[in-house]
Design a protein around this ligand. Sequence first.
Ligand code: FNR
Length: 386
Amino acid sequence: STPSQITCVEDFRRLAERRVPRMFYDYADSGSWTEGTYRSNESDFHKLKFRQRVAVDIEKRTYRSSMIGIDVAMPVAIAPTGLTGMQHADGEILGARAAEKFGIPFTLSTMSICSIEDVAAHTHKPFWFQLYVMRDRDFIERLIDRAKAANCSALVLTLDLQVLGQRHKDIKNGLSTPPRPTLANLVNLVTKPRWCMSMLGTKRRTFGNIVGHAKGVGDLSSLSSWTAEQFDPALSWKDIEWIKKRWGGKLILKGIMDAEDARLAVESGADALIVSNHGGRQLDGAPSSISALPNIAHAVGKEIEVWMDGGIRSGQDVLKAIALGAKGTMIGRPFLYSLGAMGEAGVSRCLQVIANELDITMGFCGHTDIHNIDRSILLNGDIFDR
Ligand code: FNR
């Protein structure tokens, strides 16, 4: 396939399934426990129906917008994803490049393969950094300082990983700390020569933000025991206060699923919050993100920006999220699939596909400017109201 033969996110998923080693493809395409929340993130979008309008002049359309005051080519940012450099060699650098060319923000995960410094050295525009709160607070302070030194323009603080949701496939594939790949996984690796060759061509094959930076973590085996015990279950709003102070820049809180927590997020002084269930990878049985959005948007009002992620697979889904009160959105798996399928060209194409779907759908709904989108473009915009 060439990028132009790819017409939707599902095409990328299928291609990634063929090209990416099983254990890393499964890592991306999985949710926790029954994967019920993972699936409902997507399927709940399909419950929302557009109101088609005709004979409205829709010749000049624009979907440019802004997120926390930053101009964006469309109201979509790339979500932070761990191990991205395993979907494709140097994946984080390629993703950041595709995002900056398109004109949308890229978020680098704490658990990325390429380090903050790697990505900064290979890009021109500021990217965002996602922080997990670890028990080792010295390490966190240094990470925050490194993100500042790299000129990152926002800190995305993820709050929904105090404990780790159990993902069956990762356990069965031995994608654990330390990694214990099964024989089948190793055999599968041999069937992906393109991936293997590209991995041989890069030095970036371990957690670049951590190895050589965290105390006592110099190699893969010390890294394993470190990560296993570092996610901090004692995280509280007090920690958010000191992180905000230490960082001093734009702060975005990720993983809010409850209106009361949304109010606490507003009071914490954050610039935006992200309605997110971590792509269905943490609390299985939690509602879909799109169904949780209206209630939270209502609770927050105009005080800070409300964004959402989880289940967005098209520009139509982006438009539905905007209609239900999101000022911006994030995409995780569409990014990973397109990266695993075709590297940087894949991500660029994926962003084009999503923007095109967004543009055309907005037109069908009789609108020319994304700023005028509200729930009146939906026939049943109230189905998730509580
Ligand atoms: C994630 N997500 C995530 N979030 C975060 O804050 N830090 C991280 O390191 C990761 N890692 C990660 C890995 C993989 C493989 C996936 C799929 C997701 C969650 C991510 O930021 C986002 O919330 C979801 O991916 C959004 O859902 P969709 O777009 O994947 O459906």
